[in-house]
Design a protein around this ligand. Structure first.
Ligand code: ADP
Length: 323
């Protein structure tokens, strides 16, 4: 293998830059040429490709987002779009591709491999931590700490005004971030899609906290919760329990940006080095993950077939500690 490509695709996540840096520098270490592809699969279709070397990734390990940009690319869902992408890869002599993204990006990579035989390995880059085949995804730890800092700040004002705050935490279909930030922030309630609850139960819990002397409360709501988003949950609680003075905070995209934590930088570095070594070894159709603190290779399909979920015991722990 002489030339490899690297791209970031789907939702951006802090630590993607550290992963790009690791791929580019490991490539250089093994005397490979590394090409960066801008805007994910869209860049392959548009032939938006640039040569990268160790100096093109200087000073990015501490930066959030992705210097290669990211995109969601409709054309890549179509056979013609993928043929165009494969043509770009062939034109540049790219024999192996490192795809940094979520499980959607992996589906794309696998199809590209099946249809055109281009070796692909995946690095898990998403804040949601819902990808199978790895204990942690790149970006999750940073997003968790951003959400936690927000919850800590909200608690200050919640306590000062004896108020109830509904705080919406990101995570499309996964309550992982909400659960962990809620426990770490000492939330009174954590609503996640994995363990559905009812408005009646929620109100009952809130009344019991009040009866025990709690004057304020933080209710963390996962963005994909079955009861709705934080605004909708607050409205339902208000209708049932007449708590007109509650407030809603949606952390939203704040959670996706910012300086990656040491954990995410180290994770991205470890996985990035292994990704390039795997391509050199002739591996394809695999994702690089971390399991029991060891770097592992897993089939790309595991990303969506065996999704990572939090331990269900955590729901109980959160409830006990909110007493
Ligand atoms: P993520 O990688 O964060 O899960 P998406 O699900 O949006 O993000 O996927 C990113 C991109 O990957 C899509 O815009 C598309 O270009 C490509 N992709 C996703 N699923 C498929 C698929 N089934 N076939 C081909 N390409 C796909």
């Amino acid at each position: 293998m002489k030339r490899i490509g690297v791209l970031t695709s789907g939702g951006d996540a802090p630590g993607m830059n550290a992963a790009i840096r690791a791929v580019v520098r490991t490539g250089a270490y093994y005397e490979l040429q590394v090409l960066g592809i801008y805007r994910g699969y869209q860049g392959l279709i548009d032939d938006n490709v640039v040569e990268m070397g160790p100096r093109s990734v200087s000073g990015i390990i501490n930066r959030g987002g992705t210097i290669l940009r990211s995109a969601r690319c409709k054309a890549f869902f179509e056979k013609e779009g993928r043929a165009q992408a494969a043509e770009t890869l062939r034109k540049h002599g790219i024999e192996g591709l490192v795809v940094i993204g979520g499980d959607g990006s992996y589906r794309g990579a696998l199809t590209l491999y099946d249809e055109h035989g281009i070796a692909c390995v995946g690095l898990p880059g998403t804040i949601d931590n819902d990808i199978g085949g790895t204990d942690y995804t790149i970006g999750y730890d940073t997003a968790l700490n951003v959400a936690l800092e927000a919850i800590d700040r909200i608690r200050d004002t919640a306590e000062s005004h004896d108020r109830i705050f509904f705080v919406e935490v990101m995570g499309r279909h996964s309550g992982y971030l909400a659960m962990m930030s809620g426990i770490a922030g000492g939330a009174e309630e954590i609503l996640v899609p994995e363990t559905p609850t009812s408005i009646e139960t929620l109100v009952e819990h809130m009344r019991s906290y009040r009866a025990k002397g709690k004057q304020s409360a933080i209710i963390v709501v996962a963005e994909g919760d079955e009861l709705g988003n934080a605004i909708q949950v607050a409205k339902q609680v208000d209708a049932l329990a007449q708590i007109p003075d509650s407030r809603v905070v949606v952390i939203g995209h704040l959670q996706r940006g910012g300086t990656p934590t040491a954990f995410d930088r180290v994770l991205a570095s470890r996985l990035g080095v292994r990704a390039v070594e795997a391509l050199i070894e002739g591996v394809s159709g695999k994702m690089i993950g971390i399991s029991a603190n060891q770097v592992v290779l897993r089939p790309l399909e595991e990303a969506w077939e065996c999704r990572t979920q939090f331990d269900p015991k955590l729901t109980r722990i959160a409830h006990i500690l909110a007493t």
